[in-house]
Design a protein around this ligand. Structure first.
Ligand code: FES
Length: 61
């Protein structure tokens, strides 16, 4: 599924950037080698980051 239309980033690419250590949307863009354009994807990326944080917190318990 394409999350960032401006940069043609799909959820898998964003998920990989998060797994590589991106901690905010700007770091996701940087790790994907792109820059934020319209910003409409930012909320979805932030949600993916939060889901990852919650999964890591659960795994650490
Ligand atoms: S949809 Fe990602 S910057 Fe526009």
């Amino acid at each position: 599924m394409i999350v960032c239309v401006c940069n043609r980033l799909n959820d898998q690419r964003i998920g990989a950037a998060i797994m590589e250590g991106a901690e905010c949307a700007d770091q996701v863009y940087a790790r994907c080698g792109v820059r934020k354009n319209c910003g409409r994807c930012q909320e979805t990326i932030e949600e993916m980051l939060e889901e990852n944080r919650q999964a890591l917190a659960l795994a650490a318990q």
